[in-house]
Design a protein around this ligand. Structure first.
Ligand SMILES: Cc1cc2nc3c(=O)[nH]c(=O)nc-3n(C[C@H](O)[C@H](O)[C@H](O)COP(=O)(O)OP(=O)(O)OC[C@H]3O[C@@H](n4cnc5c(N)ncnc54)[C@H](O)[C@@H]3O)c2cc1C
Length: 245
């Protein structure tokens, strides 16, 4: 089985997010990048599925050379090879077209993405890729098993567990529960240095949208402490100030 894992390079969750250029660009200065946590789950699942030589795992990232450390970490976790599409990942359509073009050429049985990126939170790439390849896709998978040519996927919907099957080739967006996130060991880190990392040119994709500006939410107000005996005052403030009741 050939597995492709799509990796997004996202700011560390503790990063302070600010903007430049009149709030039209994300300020990358001083930002530490990590593998998108949902993509780490996807990668860990792929490595589990490949155990004992049952599959090969290729990771693909769309982005510039600054993401090399993220890609090498993915190789250290256990991917066999990596591909970087050498272009800024300007939006979900662009990213999905790059992934689909590569997948079309190389013919993967299983394409794993995260359920969403934790920076732009678009939740678009997985379904977009499947649509471009004209193959099935399942979003927000909580469990994934493969038996021959059939995948069984568990999803959680409001108060219910949904279990569905789909035939390969398939695109799955992975969430918590699909696999335990793997931490690279020393052997993995050493071998990652020599594993193949191919850099390829992007395919042309028309630009369908552009970011106009970003706005940060208003700063939180100070916490007000109200004495436990002052219920009337609490109700008055929730009604007149917070306007939640
Ligand atoms: C000017 C600009 C430059 C950017 N440069 C980069 C960059 O260099 N690197 C970068 O990672 N992001 C970059 N981004 C962010 C990039 O646009 C988003 O990753 C992309 O739009 C998908 O976002 P999304 O929230 O729709 O993804 P979602 O649909 O929420 O992502 C779902 C899954 O798609 C896959 N995926 C998402 N992005 C990528 C990617 N870039 N490569 C491979 N798989 C991916 C992952 O598996 C992810 O879990 C840039 C954004 C802008 C505006």
């Amino acid at each position: 089985m050939k597995i492709l894992v799509c990796i997004s390079n996202v700011p560390d969750t503790t990063s302070k997010i600010t903007f430049t250029d009149n709030n039209s660009s994300f300020n990358t200065s001083g930002i530490q990048y990590i593998i998108n946590p949902y993509d780490e789950i996807a990668l860990s699942k792929a490595v589990d599925l490949a155990e004992g030589g049952k599959a090969t795992v290729t990771v693909l990232h769309v982005g510039d050379a600054s993401s090399e450390a993220t890609i090498r970490k993915a190789l250290a976790v256990g991917a066999d090879e990596a591909v970087r599409v050498d272009a800024p990942a300007r939006d979900a359509s662009f990213v999905a077209h790059q992934i689909a073009a590569y997948a079309k050429e190389k013919q993967f049985d299983l394409i794993l993405t995260g359920r969403e990126s934790i920076d732009y939170n678009g939740t678009q790439v997985q379904a977009y890729v499947a649509e471009l390849l004209n193959i099935p896709s399942v979003s927000i998978a909580k469990k994934l098993t493969i038996d021959g040519n059939t995948a069984t996927v568990e999803r959680e919907i409001e108060g219910v567990k949904e279990i569905l099957t789909a035939s390969l080739p398939l695109v799955v967006g992975t969430a918590e529960g699909v696999a335990e996130t793997k931490i690279p060991n020393m052997r993995g880190i050493m071998s990652a240095r020599t594993k193949p990392l191919e850099v390829i040119a992007a395919v042309d994709v028309p630009s369908l949208s552009s970011i106009k500006s970003y706005e940060t939410p208003p700063a939180r107000g100070a916490v007000q402490l109200i004495d436990k005996d002052q219920v009337a005052q609490l109700v008055e403030r929730l009604h007149n100030e917070a306007k939640v009741i």
